[in-house]
Design a protein around this ligand. Sequence first.
Ligand code: G4P
Ligand code: NA
Ligand code: NA
Length: 193
Amino acid sequence: MKELTDRIKNNGRVLGEGVLKVDEFITHQVDPELMDAMGKRLAEVFADKKITKVVTIEASGIAPAVYAAQALNVPMIFARKSKSLTMDEELLTASVYSFTKQVTSTISISRKFLSAEDNVLLVDDFLANGQAAKGLIELCQQAGASVAGIGILIEKSFQDGRQLIEDMNIPVVSLARIASLHDGKIIFIEEDA
Ligand code: G4P
Ligand code: NA
Ligand code: NA
């Protein structure tokens, strides 16, 4: 998606160790106009899949997920990383290992929000190693829900996430695909959605 790759070129910054900083418009400060356009684009791609819910994980997955959900006219659910005081219901839970932080955390969604009737679109800001996505897929499976696909803003194609998800026969659509971040330079894979 040209608006996104242009914005990454203009406002993204490469940090050491293959990390892309996009806090000017995605992960901290949010550009609603761009986020709306990206949500609409993901909704368009999955328009004929009969999506019933959009599912993401807090925190920075929420903005793209809510715009995609609005465009699909369905609810958005975000998995929590820590237990909320008011979450007294039965929970779906999964463990997520972060290679970056080298810690395992538990993510959860109240059982009442996902059922076997649901056909889910997963949305996230980044796809790196795919561990967060894998955790979200597990939550959907526990509920008996189907996962129709995953929509990502920025895929780091030099990490293993896409392969991990595709091996589960789940289609991955990324609005920007980054081939490498060597020497402070951002190289895109040019067949962006
Ligand atoms: P994985 O889920 O793909 O396995 O990712 P990993 O453990 O490597 O990354 C953990 C966190 O870092 C995730 O956010 C993920 O979205 C984010 N992330 C991964 N690569 C990049 C990157 O190059 N740039 C930026 N800005 N973020 C990246 P999180 O910390 O769990 O959540 P959040 O609360 O920030 O949303
Ligand atoms: Na993040
Ligand atoms: Na995220």
